[in-house]
Design a protein around this ligand. Structure first.
Ligand code: RIB
Ligand code: CA
Length: 306
């Protein structure tokens, strides 16, 4: 059983990642969900996280993470995810509440369970970086880190050089990639291989409905429309790659690299640069996804939702 902390900024693909983790509860135990700023400000991402936790009937408590990046000004992605951060679904009144500070909770959980906890980050890496800097025991106690972020052999999606989660806090990403902890990195090189389609949406419509089905369909309708307008393509399942990996690592292929983040230049601020592949380094960089295996796991996870 993979015991995880998931740090997210819902966000349409974050919402799919949370749903998949919930559906794959035979393989993944979500110990804590931390809402961080990212796609939108934390008040909005926290509201979305609480609504999703309620809709997905999560037992895991929800916490708040960082309000802003370590150094740079905060940026958002409302042009993709909408003004409220999760355009589309209309949720019923939410009875879930925030259980407190995600940073102190993550520190306690990881340090008190050495070698047990995987930290999954699918928004800016700020919370993870703060934990790493706050207590040296944290990095030593982590089982591993799994992140969605960066781009190695392709352009970014916010600037030609930078992917959003890293661009939102490059200094935090540099801390994480150089923490010495084993990192599994799902950058755009691999996440853009898993693009949604009308066929996939139609397949979900044909499945026996769960309470999540209308949420998924309403969210994806907006996510598809925004991505068609902004990137002239269907959206990709960026964040769900982290969950799919934890349930079935064979869905992906990797190269072992060391990764640095450009925190100095203007033009390439937030670019992730990997040393040439020589089998050394603490970062497994995702390079290939087996599409059929991924989408089969996606359907399986959604079919198991309560
Ligand atoms: O670049 C994709 C990442 O940025 C995803 O985590 C998405 O949710 C947005 O936060
Ligand atoms: Ca995200």
């Amino acid at each position: 059983m993979e015991r995880i902390i998931i740090d997210c900024d819902p966000g349409h693909d974050d919402a799919v990642a949370l749903a998949m983790a919930r559906g794959l509860s035979d393989k993944i135990k979500v110990e804590a969900i931390i809402a961080t700023y990212g796609n939108q400000s934390i008040d909005k991402t926290l509201t979305n996280t609480l609504n999703l936790a309620q809709a997905l009937k999560y037992d895991a408590p929800v916490y708040t993470g960082s309000l802003r990046p370590l150094i740079r000004e905060r940026v958002a992605a409302g042009y993709i995810h909408g003004e409220n951060g999760l355009a589309g679904p209309v949720f019923p009144p939410c009875t879930r509440y925030c259980n407190g500070n995600g940073i102190t909770t993550a520190l306690d959980l990881v340090i008190n369970n050495p070698g047990e906890i995987t930290f999954v980050s699918v928004g800016p890496f700020t919370d993870l970086a703060v934990c790493i800097k706050a207590d040296p025991r944290f990095a030593k106690s982590l089982k591993r880190i799994v992140v969605m972020g960066g781009a190695i052999n392709r352009s970014g999606n916010v600037t030609p050089s930078a992917e959003f989660n890293v661009y939102a806090d490059p200094e935090a990403a540099q801390i994480v990639f150089n923490s010495g902890v084993d990192v599994v990195m799902f950058g755009l090189d691999v996440t853009l291989q898993l693009t949604l389609s009308d066929e996939i949406i139609e397949n979900v419509k044909k499945m026996p409905a769960t309470s999540y089905t209308p949420i998924f369909l309403a969210a994806m309708e907006c996510y598809v429309a925004a991505c068609k307008e902004y990137v002239h393509d269907y959206p990709s399942m960026h964040d769900p790659c982290t969950i799919a990996y934890l349930a079935d690592p064979s869905i992906f292929e990797f190269e072992r690299r060391s990764v640095q983040v450009d925190c100095k230049s203007e033009l390439n601020y937030g670019r992730t640069v990997a040393a040439f592949p020589n089998g050394e380094g603490n970062v497994l960089v995702g390079v290939k996804a087996y599409k059929e295996k991924f989408w089969s796991l996606f359907y399986e996870a959604l079919s198991r939702l309560p």
